[in-house]
Design a binder for this molecule. Structure first.
Ligand SMILES: *Cc1c(COP(=O)(O)O)cnc(C)c1O
Length: 401
């Protein structure tokens, strides 16, 4: 059978519009397609492949667990899930872990837990969830409603209720919505999909204070920022603000689907037996790979390396900008980097993406105005240099029409 891009249109639901490139293998930060064309990977599977492609530690963990035990159910626990939960609680503020299979499911669990906690402790009235415009929390109906992009949540009929949105980095807009009916405030500690927007220190501390004042839970969606992406194991650590519930996915499995919700014992106790669940959550294969990913990322060498690599990216992108004058700003933290297009190129992020692919580079966008880079946390220096050289050619192609 010829598994070509054309087949996609014949057999797949058209909710995606993938590029014509069909990759078939990857090593580290290099990927090859069906025609054996080589790409440098600055996309990292959208902030998932934190250790690049086929990292030996992850391959070893997958092979080892793959010959031991693949799946049980939540009727029985298993060693990889227990070890991973222990390591996550040792490494963070959290005391309890719930495993899911994706970011959206982790957030779904966090929101359901917050509602339970509020109803159990304070009654049915305390049910309002506040999130932020441009926020992104996944594609289940609850999470897409909490996310702040109506384009993703409109057109599916009645939405889950008691969800409202404030403006990110605008404390007054949050304060105006909060009351003792507020059950939880959910936010990304750096908005990813919304355009790589960092919180100000004043804002993030203010959100914590408002949650404390109104006895509401603060939920950090660290699906994109977590597991080393910003140079800390979790972004909250670099901000010095601790949430009540934290969700993690994407990089957690380094490419194997897994998600987790982390919280305190006091809050966790409201998800009593039978209140929530998932067939695959805590699957031994997923947890074994995630354990290897966490062990590998959560080291000074890798985390400090993220900060060094961020510097290389910033210097390279600024040098390109000096030549071609296309960006208004390079922003983000660690290896979650956004190059914001200036007024001349506004709305044309996709053009830079396509030009990058034509020059052998995988990049991403975050909205119409931002070119996003989320490479492997251990991308070799020579791949950064080569990738930036290819990106410069792509920029030249766009600039020269
Ligand atoms: C990607 C993402 C999600 C959704 O994760 P899925 O695994 O696609 O469900 C949720 N929140 C944030 C911040 C994300 O970046």
């Amino acid at each position: 059978m010829n598994a070509t891009r054309e087949l996609f249109d014949e057999v797949m639901v058209p909710n995606y519009a993938p590029s014509s490139v069909v990759p078939v293998r990857g090593v580290g930060s290099r990927v090859w397609d069906q025609e054996n064309r080589e790409f440098i990977d600055f996309a990292g599977g959208i902030a998932v492949n934190c250790l690049g492609h086929c990292h030996p530690n992850l391959v070893a963990a997958l092979k080892e667990q793959g010959e031991k035990l693949w799946h049980l159910s939540n009727v029985m626990t298993n060693e990889p899930a227990l070890r991973l939960a222990k390591k996550l609680t040792d490494a963070t503020f959290a005391e309890r872990v719930y495993f899911a299979n994706s970011g959206a499911e982790s957030n779904e669990a966090a929101l359901k837990l917050a509602r339970r906690w509020a109803i159990d402790n304070h009654g049915e009235e305390k049910n309002e969830i506040i999130a932020f415009s441009k926020g992104f929390h996944g594609r289940t109906f609850f999470t897409v409603t909490v996310g702040g992009q109506p384009a993703y949540s409109d057109g599916f009929g009645p939405k889950p209720g008691a969800v409202d949105h404030a403006e990110y980095n605008d404390l007054a807009s949050l304060e105006a919505l909060m009351s003792d009916k507020t059950c939880a405030v959910m936010l990304e500690p750096l908005q990813g999909e919304g355009g790589i927007i960092s919180p100000t220190q004043e804002f993030i501390e203010g959100v914590r204070a408002l949650c404390d004042k109104h006895n509401a839970l603060m939920i950090f969606d660290e699906v994109q920022t977590g597991v080393g992406r910003t140079g800390d194991l979790y972004a909250y650590m670099g901000l010095g603000v601790t949430p009540d519930i934290l969700t993690s996915a994407k990089a957690l499995g380094g490419g194997f689907p897994i998600g987790a919700m982390l919280t305190t014992a006091e809050i966790a106790k409201h998800l009593k037996p039978g209140t929530h669940g998932s067939t695959y959550g805590g699957n031994p294969l997923a947890c074994a790979v995630a354990e290897a990913a966490l062990d590998t990322v959560n080291t000074p060498v890798v985390l400090d390396g993220v900060k060094q690599r961020e510097q290389m990216f910033r210097e390279g992108l600024n040098a390109i900008n000096e030549k071609y004058n296309v960006f208004a700003e390079v922003r983000g933290k660690g290896l979650l980097i956004g190059a914001v297009l200036n007024d001349t190129y506004k709305g044309r992020a996709r053009d830079f993406l396509v030009a990058s692919a034509n020059n052998g580079l995988m990049a991403l966008v975050a909205g119409a105005d931002v070119v996003r880079f989320t490479p492997s946390l251990v991308i070799p220096e020579e791949d950064i240099k080569e990738g930036l050289a290819r990106f410069e050619k792509a920029v030249a192609d766009v600039v020269n029409g």
